[in-house]
Design a protein around this ligand. Structure first.
Ligand SMILES: *Cc1c(COP(=O)(O)O)cnc(C)c1O
Length: 494
């Protein structure tokens, strides 16, 4: 469908074009609205000086923790620094002012960027093709599961079960259930990794795929992955890899070489695009050659030196997002990959691994790490020893805020009691890691000597312990003039 572009701005008269005539403004508000619809009195808007507004919002923005202000070791979330260069380029007007319905000949440069990003992700992962459409890791999982279903349907052997290890991220079973599959849990082995015997016992002709995370959520590499893939394939099932932990593998190993059939990447984690507060993100899905035809449409296709959209494909699972996904995120990820290059990306993962192992070495005497091996980009400590003083992982997470650190992920994965999941990422300095370890060790002392300091934390924050769901769903954003009593006090007594 050819759309006739409308001018965005009403112009008085442009030679050779239709002229839009607007009535000349007279006194304020007397231009377009008929008399009977105009209000008689000024609206009761608050009168606030610009300076007060600036101070209010500056103060509000500083109440938040962010990667730009504090260390943010939130395990599994890969809260690395997001280089400002990514933002600068994504905000170029040629990207920012593009319209999603522009015909392909007018957006050749952008299609080339998408194509090159797909190629880069293929080279990084060893997969044959990618879709950039999914807007989050979880949506990538859903896309992958639809592809798995389509694959078995084409073989005329529909299968209804997905096997998922008990250490998996909650989105894995949720996506599988949402796609209409039956979820069967695989109990982790004593070493925290997937147990081959357990897998063998639960594999049947009804298993459509095994969905595993590598490195898994304990930060451990599934060393048996080749044997796992071989076993799964021998029963006609597929291997789906949750690739949200790709930050550990860049330039070191490729999922495509491990026998993985399809995976999602989280660009908003590994490839440094900002995230938090629900998005936007991007969860591209990569597949082997055998599964390429099932990828969502439209896809970018190159013919000679020109790019075009391919809208039709008989086997495609269809569209999973409007237009082509969160393209602003894709531009940022592209800039990140192009800036670092092959060696830079490999250094990212190496530094992420070293940082995580350094913190583990400093902390594991005080906070035991249940499956203690060399970890990859993150590790999970147990805060169970503090329970004797009545202190929980939740309390320590709150106390860390008083020390100026965002809290690690707590109570996940579920296979560790009082779990404290720490992911430092590669962008933190040794000084920051040491300051964080010092703070945690001091809190362990406090838990022994003055536990009420920890159980009533945070003491220094503008808000203490909230009903977190309510706070997220019904944020109180009302403005209160400085000095006036606050009708909605933020601070709640512990
Ligand atoms: C973050 C994460 C997901 C989900 O990704 P979203 O973008 O939040 O939907 C899935 N699996 C793992 C291991 C993750 O860390």
């Amino acid at each position: 469908m050819a759309l006739k572009p409308e001018p965005l701005i009403f112009e008085r008269s442009v030679p050779g074009r239709r002229a839009y005539r607007l009535p000349a403004p007279t006194a304020a508000g007397e231009t377009l609205l008929p008399e009977e619809h105009r209000r008689q009195d000024a609206p009761p808007l608050p009168e606030v000086a610009e300076l007060d507004v600036v101070r209010h919002f500056t103060r509000l923005s500083q109440l938040n923790f962010s990667v730009d202000t504090q260390f943010y070791p939130l395990g599994s979330c890969t809260m690395k620094y997001n280089p400002k260069l990514n933002e600068r380029i994504a905000s170029w007007s040629r990207f920012a002012q593009m319209h999603p319905m522009q015909p392909a000949p007018t957006v050749q440069g952008f299609l080339r960027l998408l194509d090159e990003l797909e190629q880069a992700l293929c080279r990084i992962t060893g997969m044959a093709a990618f879709t950039l459409q999914p807007a989050a890791g979880a949506q990538g999982e859903l896309t992958g599961l639809k592809i798995i279903r389509a694959h078995h349907r084409l073989k005329r052997k529909p299968r209804s079960t997905i096997l998922i290890p008990d250490s998996a991220h909650g989105t894995n079973p949720a996506s599988a259930a949402l796609s209409g599959f039956r979820v069967v849990e695989l109990t982790s082995g004593a070493n925290g990794r997937l147990d081959l015997e357990e897998l063998r016992a639960k594999l049947s002709d009804d298993v459509a795929a095994v969905m595993l995370t590598n490195p898994n959520t304990l930060g451990l590499f599934e060393r048996d992955i080749a044997a796992i893939a071989q076993l799964v394939h021998s029963r006609g099932a597929l291997v789906y890899m949750d690739g949200a932990n790709m930050n550990a593998l860049l330039g070191i190993v490729r999922p495509g070489d491990m026998g993985v059939d399809l995976l999602q990447l989280n660009l908003h984690k590994t490839f440094s695009t900002p995230h938090g507060g629900g998005g936007p993100g991007a969860g591209p899905v990569g597949v082997t050659k055998a599964l390429e035809d099932f990828l969502p449409v439209p896809r970018v296709r190159k013919a000679g030196t020109r790019f075009r959209w391919e809208e039709r494909s008989t086997r495609s699972i269809g569209r999973v997002h409007g237009f082509y996904g969160n393209t602003g995120v894709l531009v940022r990820a592209y800039v990140y990959i192009r800036t670092l290059g092959r060696e830079g990306l490999q250094r990212v993962s190496r530094a992420a691994l070293i940082n995580a192992n350094y913190l583990k070495a400093r902390l594991s005497k005080t906070f035991p790490v249940p499956f203690d091996q060399h970890c990859l980009h993150e590790f999970v400590a147990s805060l169970k020893p503090l329970k004797a003083s009545g202190v929980t992982a939740w309390d320590v997470a709150k106390r860390l805020l008083d020390y100026g650190f965002y809290a690690p992920t707590v109570y996940f994965p579920l296979v560790v009691d009082e779990a404290f999941m720490i992911e430092p990422t590669e962008t933190e300095s040794k000084e920051t890691l040491d300051a964080f370890a010092d703070a945690l060790l001091r809190i362990a002392d406090e838990a022994r000597t003055r536990p009420e300091l920890v159980t009533h934390a945070p003491q220094q924050m503008p808000v203490a312990r909230l009903d977190e769901v309510k706070a997220a769903r019904e944020p109180d954003l009302r403005w209160t003039p400085a000095g006036a009593p606050d009708p909605h006090p933020l601070v709640t007594a512990p």
